[in-house]
Design a protein around this ligand. Structure first.
Ligand SMILES: Nc1ncnc2c1ncn2[C@@H]1O[C@H](COP(=O)(O)OP(=O)(O)O)[C@@H](O)[C@H]1O
Ligand SMILES: [Mg+2]
Length: 256
């Protein structure tokens, strides 16, 4: 694999997985370990701000390294190379949540919203808050439980660097994106509008509880990051449950 004019040794590119403003992500083979990995190369388009991208890539890789491998792609290495920042990481063989949103019926989308929210709750800590958890930054994959039983799981990629832009603002922004994602994932489900009106009413309550818990924490009361994430998530959890009941009723699985 060539980066700049240098050969990034022992990696063979198989395909480009995505390219954005910050760089490119490849599916590649680690030829020494003989396994597939993902390689992200942060590099700027203009030669003038490449420092910037290296910094940005480094922060993102460090944040990824702090996140639980249960819910985030595992980062294997990060280094400056050929004028870019390169991180090698776990390759998740699956599809983005965006793909599932576009190709699934309402019941599966509601179930995915549930899995998504649970994954968010378990990765939202002060040092690992995603900050940009929209559907293209969520990888969905199948995990075989038993011979006949497969469950869908999710891992986040592309961790933003929002922890550096003020705690309260980045916390709010993070949860706003989570909320928008849950809403668009469940778009067009039975009675969504009614459930949304309940969500709109409850959302500020969850936010206030979370903010109060932060304040209490400063005064020595021991709320964990998980407690606070659950406060933020509670109105969304209720929203998903309401949708579920209505959609299940429609499908005739539960008597009305
Ligand atoms: N570890 C990975 N395994 C599989 N696919 C990945 C992985 N990381 C990224 N991708 C895919 O590549 C796309 C772009 O990666 P991302 O890190 O979001 O880059 P960008 O900063 O350009 O948005 C993602 O939307 C996803 O489809
Ligand atoms: Mg992305």
């Amino acid at each position: 694999m060539i980066v700049g004019d240098l050969e990034f040794k022992n990696y063979k590119i198989l395909a480009e997985l995505g390219a954005g403003a910050n760089g490119v992500v490849y599916q590649a083979v680690n030829t020494i370990l003989q396994r597939e990995e993902a390689v992200k190369v942060w590099r700027s388009r203009s030669s003038r701000d490449f420092r910037n991208k290296i910094e940005q890539g480094l922060r993102e890789a460090q944040k990824l390294a702090r996140a639980s491998p249960q819910f985030a792609v595992t980062v294997y290495s990060a280094q400056e190379f050929g004028g870019a920042l390169i991180a090698t990481m776990e390759y998740v063989a699956g599809k983005t949540l965006k793909w599932y949103q576009e190709n699934s019926g309402p019941i599966l989308r509601i179930q995915l919203a549930e899995v998504y929210l649970n994954s968010i709750v378990h990765t939202t800590t002060e040092s690992t808050r995603h900050g940009d958890a929209h559907m293209k930054n969520v990888l969905v994959f199948e995990e075989k439980k038993t011979k006949h039983d497969t469950v869908l799981r999710m891992k986040f990629c592309d961790f933003g660097t929002s922890i550096y832009s003020g705690k309260e603002a980045s916390e709010q922004r993070h949860w706003q994106i989570v909320r928008n994602t849950v809403i668009s994932l469940t778009h067009g489900t039975e009675n969504q509008e009614f459930c949304l009106s309940v969500l709109d009413k409850n959302w500020p309550i969850g936010r206030k509880m979370a903010m109060d818990a932060y304040a209490a924490r400063e005064n020595g009361i021991d709320f964990s990051d998980l407690d606070i994430a659950q406060m933020w998530a509670a109105p969304l959890k209720d929203y998903i449950n309401d949708l579920k009941i209505l959609e299940w009723q429609k499908a005739g699985r539960v008597g009305s």
